[in-house]
Ligand binder design. Structure first.
Ligand SMILES: Nc1ncnc2c1ncn2[C@@H]1O[C@H](COP(=O)(O)OP(=O)(O)OP(=O)(O)O)[C@@H](O)[C@H]1O
Ligand SMILES: [Mg+2]
Length: 231
């Protein structure tokens, strides 16, 4: 067995491409991510950062190539197993994707209800993540009545509430002031310290300065341009 196979890879991409009509958003991406890694995906607007996170979350299908999650080939997963696999991921969408006619509390609780958790656990856990994201005072509010930054914090709360093994966060601080952004980053770092694999996509390189040791994967025009270890 070679070194690559000995690694504790949780996500492996082999020659993955994603095409939208005539546009190649990701070109021949091969990437190995280990359990517990912290990955910062950088690159300019339109580089393919969101597309990369969405194909991992199965929100978009790849056009070519293979993705393995914990050794499972996504192309071969039966649709009955998909919900269970998805629960391993917590995704913060760049455009939040909150359910507009459900309250803040309900948006976050839905994750745990779908996982069949007990009502008493759901109440406790949802309140805990809303407190740490600073949203406990708005638990009865509907998303359209919230500011962009508040919606973003709910999106982060929803992504982490199910204690996923992989957090995919797409510009998770893009709508926040620097103090709230730091608080959200620190919050995501806490999960990383507990062993969660965390991928943060952002074009804001300043965020890198306040993150922990990990890997910066720089993409541009759908291609990995550079990979650097952050110290
Ligand atoms: N659903 C879609 N249909 C058509 N083209 C798309 C779609 N989603 C993304 N693209 C294209 O793919 C490319 C990569 O988009 P993507 O959203 O991944 O970039 P990004 O790096 O996240 O940019 P930003 O920093 O602005 O969020 C862009 O050229 C975009 O126009
Ligand atoms: Mg994006």
């Amino acid at each position: 067995m070679n070194d690559k196979n000995n690694k504790n890879s949780i996500i492996r991409l082999f020659n993955v491409s994603k095409r939208f009509g005539g546009k190649l958003a990701l070109k021949d991406i091969t990437l190995d991510i280990e359990q517990g890694e912290f990955i910062f995906i950088s690159g300019p607007s339109g580089a393919g950062k969101s597309t990369l996170l969405k194909i991992l979350y199965l929100a978009e299908k790849v056009s070519e190539g293979q993705i393995l999650i914990d050794g499972m080939n996504l192309a071969r997963i039966s649709s009955s197993k998909l919900p269970v696999l998805r629960r391993r991921f917590g995704m913060v969408f760049q455009d939040f994707k909150l359910i507009p006619n459900r309250t803040v509390y309900e948006n976050v609780a839905l994750v745990l209800e779908a996982a069949g958790e007990k009502p008493s656990y759901i109440r406790k856990k949802v309140m805990q993540v809303l407190r740490t994201t600073g949203m406990e005072k708005k638990l009865k509010a509907l998303p359209p009545t919230l500011s962009g930054g508040e919606q973003q914090r709910v999106a982060v709360a929803r992504a982490v509430v199910g204690e996923p093994s992989i957090i995919l966060a797409d510009e998770p601080t893009g709508s926040l002031d620097s103090q709230s952004a730091q608080a959200i980053l620190d919050f995501l770092m806490e999960y990383h310290k507990k062993g969660t694999t965390v991928l943060i996509a952002s074009h804001n390189l300043h965020l890198l300065e306040s993150t922990v040791r990990g890997r910066n994967i720089e993409i541009n025009d759908g291609i990995i341009k550079r990979t650097a270890t952050m110290l």
